[in-house]
Design a protein around this ligand. Sequence first.
Ligand code: CA
Ligand code: CA
Length: 215
Amino acid sequence: MIRITIILLLMTLIPASPLIGGQVDECLTTVTVSCAGMRITICPAGDFEHIRYACGGSNDFIQVTVRDAAGNPVPGIPRTDYWLQACNPDQELCLCCQPILADDITDIFGVAKFCGPIVGGGCVLTDGIYFAVQGHIILTGPACVDPTCLAIVIVGPDLTADCAVTLSDLAVFAMTYNLCLGDPGYDPCADFNDDGCCNLSDFAFFGAHYQHTCP
Ligand SMILES: [Ca+2]
Ligand SMILES: [Ca+2]
């Protein structure tokens, strides 16, 4: 009886679990990239470039700091609770059901990093990508109504953005084959190794991901 009383007493003294945070606030939550000029190559099978290689190094990442309406950090957000998409609707990505996974749950400061692949297809050359946390798009600007667009370029062998690398993509690839930056008809979405040309090196990447679809 005494033991139960002590346990009940302790339970009233221990504060609520620090892993229970408030609601995600779209304006006070932030998202950043670790380096300028990030460029990521993606595949629906999730087996192309990892974010950590995207600025040419091996330590690069995207980072979110999740806060609630009071400005307090929101720890414990599951690794799966994120989404991303092109800021320019004309460049919409095709994303598989789990397109991005945080490296860990948000820590006591509300921070999570992303170093893994983006699982999907399509191409984003301009205007960048936005991030969402638990369905809340991270916003910015004086009125806090604009999505925070990260300056990231995304390319990949799924050129038709239907989450499958098929003959249709090969047809698009063939249209720009052996063309370089400045040539009429050149499509930078098919330059997977970022050397300004679409040639045999890019075809090798294409071949390595041919017939890949979402897991
Ligand atoms: Ca396709
Ligand atoms: Ca190339």
